[in-house]
Write a protein that binds this ligand. Structure first.
Ligand code: SF4
Ligand code: SF4
Length: 374
């Protein structure tokens, strides 16, 4: 287990700060059992200790390793008192923005999200570049929300094209916002900047309203989670993840089972699985395409985070602290021919941290497009 400093600074009490935290979090419920520290995947390789982070918050203090958290929610799932530790982390981060005590690079990221509407610092007019050679019906009350990664990142654009191809194959009427879409704001929420999160949500909500959108299909689990939270607060449309939407098309007979042979192991993205309880639809899609799903030891609610959540995609992580490397090794250890997931962040992390592991990494949509029929 990675050690913290042998000479920790004495703890100061800040009653005012604690009262403010107690009003917006439930950290007062913590009775310091330490179960969260045992569950946290970072306890082994980093100095982050969740129990200590919560204790310091109870004194009104902010833990020195606050920004290492990936908001994977393993701690939330294990806490016997129901403490919302992820919510506490976001709140503590929000407090740090007031004194600009935030990791290098984050102010630039947020400024780009505000001014360009994306996390890539690319012009908004390039947002529809994923649509080359893709025919979108452009009608109906269903909207495909592409998100920044699948709009701008050439690797993730393949996921957007595959989802669009599956919807087209099933004859679904849907629209996309193209250059009018802006970032879902999930990165702002994860790093504690609630003001920017709400601003981006309002911009999308207004566009949904003008377009008569009643149902949103999100490609990224991060957009899915953020839009669900933002839209339910604004009385907006129903939000589903693409794996749920495609599963419904298979169940209703609009798409039919494939006959592919082979084995695949599935990685549960934290924001699809633990945060939203969507475990079965991606597995069913893989099975319906004919593949055999081989489970990793840590799967479903116990799935190990890829390391890209909580804004960590935009912060430097030393190689020894990267959980993605361990996750790819675990996947390769199953003997499966492929590692599938359903999140552009997970794909990006696994492909860059695959090292010597030969197991190919793919998204569920890419894997099943071409393996199912109309
Ligand atoms: S598991 Fe819950 S109660 Fe136990 S130390 Fe962690 S936050 Fe506190
Ligand atoms: S959210 Fe994940 S990384 Fe963050 S403290 Fe909890 S278990 Fe650790």
């Amino acid at each position: 287990m990675a050690q913290r400093s042998e000479n920790p600074a004495p703890v100061r009490f800040d009653d005012e700060a604690w009262e403010a935290l107690a009003a917006t979090t439930n950290a007062n419920l913590c009775f310091q059992c330490g179960t969260c520290t045992a569950a946290c995947p970072l306890a082994e390789n980093t100095p982050l200790r969740v129990r200590q982070l919560v204790r310091e918050a109870q004194f009104g203090e902010t833990d020195a390793f606050l920004w290492k958290c990936m908001t994977c929610a393993e701690c939330n799932a294990s806490c016997p008192r129901g403490v919302d530790i992820v919510g506490l982390v976001r709140t503590l981060r929000g407090r740090e923005w007031r004194t600009r005590n935030v990791p290098k690079g984050l102010p630039t990221l947020l400024w780009g999200m505000y001014s360009d509407g994306n996390t890539f610092h690319l012009p908004p007019k390039q947002r529809a570049s994923w649509m080359q050679d893709v025919k979108v019906p452009g009608k109906g009350s269903t909207l495909l929300f592409v998100g920044c990664a699948a709009s701008y990142d050439p690797r993730a654009q393949r996921i957007a094209r595959s989802v669009a191809a599956l919807l087209n194959l099933a004859g679904v009427e849907y629209q996309v916002m193209g250059t009018e879409e802006v970032c879902c704001g999930e990165a702002a929420r994860s790093v504690g900047h609630d003001g920017l999160f709400r601003d981006l949500q309002q911009r999308n909500t207004e566009a949904f309203r003008k377009r008569g959108v009643e149902r949103v299909i999100a490609i990224s689990p991060h957009s899915f989670d953020a839009l669900k939270a933002g839209q339910s607060a604004n009385g907006g449309p129903e939000v589903v993840h693409y794996t749920q939407a495609i599963e419904q098309l298979l169940d209703s007979g609009k798409l039919t089972k494939g006959s592919e042979k082979g084995t695949v192991t599935y990685h549960d993205p934290c924001y699809l699985g633990r945060h939203n309880g969507v475990y079965e639809p991606p597995r069913r899609l893989l099975e319906l395409s004919g593949l055999k799903v081989v489970e990793m030891g840590n799967s479903r609610a116990q799935a190990l985070c890829c390391g890209g959540g909580g804004g960590r995609m935009w912060m430097e992580t030393p190689p020894a602290e990267r959980p993605g490397t361990r996750r790819v090794q675990e996947a390769a250890g199953t003997g499966a021919e492929l590692l599938a997931t359903a999140c552009p962040y997970c794909i990006s992390v696994f492909e860059s941290e695959r090292g010597s592991e030969a197991i190919p990494v793919t998204d569920v949509a890419e894997l099943i497009a071409g393996r199912v029929k109309a």
